[in-house]
Design a protein around this ligand. Sequence first.
Ligand SMILES: C[S@@+](CC[C@H](N)C(=O)[O-])C[C@H]1O[C@@H](n2cnc3c(N)ncnc32)[C@H](O)[C@@H]1O
Length: 249
Amino acid sequence: MRPNEIFQKECIERVRSYKKNHNLVKAAAAFMRESTLPKYSYNFSWLGHPIIQYPQDIVAMQEIIWNVQPDLIIETGIAHGGSVIFSASMIALLEKCGCIEMGHVIAIDIDIREHNRIEIEKHPLCPYITMIQGSSIDGDIAEQVKSLSKNYKKILISLDSNHTHSHVLKELELYAPLVSVGSYCDVFDTIIENMPENSFLDRPWDKGNNPKTAVKEFLKHNNNFVIDNDIEHKLLITVAPDGYLKRIK
Ligand SMILES: C[S@@+](CC[C@H](N)C(=O)[O-])C[C@H]1O[C@@H](n2cnc3c(N)ncnc32)[C@H](O)[C@@H]1O
């Protein structure tokens, strides 16, 4: 076995061992519980733009994108633009490294605030991005995205907009069919299901009504996707437990 194969094997075995390491699993769950309300995920930026993610999930996305090598990333939920700039930077790297010929990012948000739009448009990676304003579950918006997607070879999707069950389920129904076999649909904030009830009093989502319940419902009727639990077992700290969906057929 070559040294890098040994390293990979050790990594897989180490991650497997975490399941039995109750103190580590408990500490990670406690960190997730305690860090959500103090808005830990709002503390970071990507190439100058606030990104509302945990660093662990950003690294996971980097690993997924590098492995899948998509030429199109479709995102719902732009906010300040950090995740969109992140996706554009990964597409630019894939191009630069000769992994893909020409890639792009399509991003949808119901409310692209003027100051955020201006900042995103000023960014050097903006030519990689098409922003669409409207609800991601609006049929016309979904049709627009479908039509813009048709010439791409490998599509990856990231859902991070309204986190209610019905909204995410509809997003999955509309956009999951666009995901290429071997690629992913990443559903963020499934962690809401793991939080104590009434943790988000100013939001319409809660335990029982969130992206994880939508994923579970979606998978009851769709066997093209499986949850890639290896990712969360490795991360431990993630807002997307059961949210990394891999298209297998
Ligand atoms: C959690 S933020 C997105 C964070 C961003 N992905 C990041 O990582 O920096 C959620 C965004 O979803 C948008 N949103 C809410 N409802 C939506 C809908 N129905 N359709 C599209 N976007 C929506 C909000 O305007 C907000 O900007």
